[in-house]
Write a new protein. Structure first.
Length: 334
């Protein structure tokens, strides 16, 4: 008698964010037997990305998208090194531009869409997963501070080191309410797990959530929603925040508690290890407030997630992903 065989589908994991933290998680998550979707912020207005989005009409900033594509690609190292190559500061109009940013800019102009450019590059670069900009239009991040003053632009928000009350996003071109890019909302609603972070709370994570369609999808999804809390606080954003305060800000912005699980690093950064001149946006280690996290309705997973390298403090991608896999395989897969 022929035995029946059953195939368990890959769990669907959606990772939202931007900055340097997102690629660390994605690189470790790749080839782990999960269906990955990366949703990447498009509110960056600094450096090469900011210059290009101001130069190429209706182009979303490419820097975070570039890093995510490389993290999920199985290209030989030589090719990824070429894609990541950054011109020297002495190179006049090419100064400090990453070659991959220029490629994304060119393809965005060719196809009239950053979204389409990223989908084509995903095929060319043999990306293991799906990569979507959170919106197909470049966005402007606005901050309202506790004292009632405001700041406009992701790169401007932290400069005066004021306490942020809330942030919101608008389209760069017309100041309208932004729309989510294609397939972003459906990916969130169909996911088994949503991962937020690690990354700058107000300038990498919240710009995605402040697109109303994305925020609403996060409230409606049945997926396990996991927040990877930052290890260090940041100047002008989360100065002296506890882990619970990070979560509270997320909940306040969506006006509802939606984080199910929080990953918290419990390993101490050694005194004198960190080079604060190189990593000048960081202040002190995030404080623990497990009682506060429970008040926010979160399950807490605390462990040593710390990686020390290059006189900087990072999440250990392998350790974080091991925990994410335990969570997603322990949850019921729809």
């Amino acid at each position: 008698m022929k035995m029946k065989t059953y195939r368990i589908r890959k769990p669907k994991v959606v990772v939202l964010g931007g900055g340097t933290g997102l690629p660390v998680i994605l690189k470790s998550l790749r080839n782990q037997g999960v269906d990955i979707t990366a949703v990447v912020t498009v509110a960056d207005d600094g450096g090469s990305s900011g210059q290009l989005r101001d130069s190429v009409t209706s182009m979303a900033p490419p820097g975070d998208l570039r890093n995510v594509l490389v993290a999920l690609s199985d290209m030989p190292k030589l090719y990824s090194d070429i894609f990541q190559y950054r011109f020297k500061k002495e190179d006049k109009f090419l100064a400090n531009h990453a070659l991959g940013n220029l490629i994304i800019a060119g393809m965005s102009e060719m196809h009239g869409s950053t979204y389409e450019a990223v989908q084509l590059l995903s095929k060319m670069m043999h990306v293991d997963g799906k990569v979507y900009p959170s919106s197909d239009e470049p966005l402007v991040l606005h901050a309202v501070f506790k004292d009632g003053t405001t700041a406009v632009g992701e790169s401007k928000i932290a400069l005066d080191r004021k306490t942020i009350d809330h942030v919101y996003v608008r389209n760069l071109a017309n100041d309208d309410e932004p729309k989510a890019a294609r397939k972003v909302v459906s990916s969130i609603l169909e996911a088994d797990m949503i991962v937020l972070g690690p990354g700058s709370l107000f300038t990498s994570i919240l710009p995605n959530l402040m697109i109303s369609e994305i925020g609403q999808a996060l409230l409606e999804t049945d997926a396990e929603t996991v927040y990877i809390c930052n290890i260090m606080t940041q100047k002008g954003e989360t100065e002296h925040f506890s882990d619970a305060e990070h979560v509270r800000v997320l909940h306040e912005h969506l006006k509802q508690k939606f984080i199910d699980t929080v990953l918290v690093n419990t390993e101490t950064v050694p005194d004198g290890y960190m080079d604060f001149e190189t990593y000048d946006e960081y202040l002190v280690q995030v404080k623990y407030d497990f009682a506060g996290l429970r008040e926010e309705g979160c399950r807490v997973v605390s462990a040593d997630f710390l990686e020390l390298r290059d006189k900087g403090v990072f999440h250990d991608g392998e350790k974080v992903v091991d925990e994410l896999l335990r969570i997603v395989y322990g949850a019921k897969i729809k």
